[in-house]
Design a protein around this ligand. Structure first.
Ligand code: ZN
Length: 199
């Protein structure tokens, strides 16, 4: 038996597909949206569509951006010889917040997970290898999370890069195992970066 209108029901269903939103939160959000003035709901819906339609992958580092090249890749002030490899744009943002890293990034958009059937060709590794052929890179810092998948990915990348002779390093395990990079404070991130070791 349905207690809600079918429209609310389908809104709840859509919202509960979002990460971290359980059935209860989805229902709370749905009822909140219904109670909002129509123009606010329109603005919310519009900004969701706008973001989806206009955000794209940076041609160089693959992060999400409005332009062909993201502001970091466009900047002449960044150290072009260092590339930090991260799993997603949120990890990039976490390192940027420390204000202490001045190199470039490469965003994989995921990590290798045999359990979930995610292989090397499902993340943006090919793009990284292409960059290493065309750009003058001295060091690749692998900053994937210290989860099993993150470590697997780090190992895979370091093996892939080894023949090129480019220095590969791994951030220190000061980052708690299983820790999601974006929730870790800046001091810990800095310590992980400074304590990185060559692979
Ligand atoms: Zn970029």
């Amino acid at each position: 038996m349905e207690y809600f209108s079918s429209h609310i029901q389908s809104l709840v269903e859509e919202l509960s597909r979002l990460p971290g939103v359980g059935a209860k939160t989805a229902a709370r959000l749905a009822f909140h949206i219904i109670s909002m003035p129509e123009e606010n709901v329109e603005r919310l819906a519009g900004s969701i569509m706008n973001a989806k339609r206009n955000v794209r992958f940076c041609r160089r580092c693959q992060t999400l951006t409005d332009e062909e090249l993201c502001p970091i890749c466009r900047s002449g002030a960044r150290d072009q010889s260092q590339i930090m490899v991260v799993e997603n744009p949120r990890d990039l943002a976490a390192y940027e917040r420390t204000g202490k890293y001045h190199g470039l990034y490469h965003v994989l958009h995921g990590c290798i997970s045999p359990a979930l059937g995610i292989g090397p060709s499902d993340i943006r590794l090919k793009e990284l290898m292409q960059r290493l052929q065309t750009e003058d890179v001295r060091e690749v810092i692998i900053a994937t999370n210290s989860t099993l998948e993150g470590e697997t990915t780090a190992m895979y990348i370091s093996k892939l890069i080894k023949p090129t002779g480019i220095l590969t390093s791994r951030i220190a395990s000061g980052v708690p195992v299983g820790g999601d990079l974006e929730y870790i404070d800046e001091v810990t991130l800095l310590r992980a970066l400074e304590g990185r070791r060559a692979l």
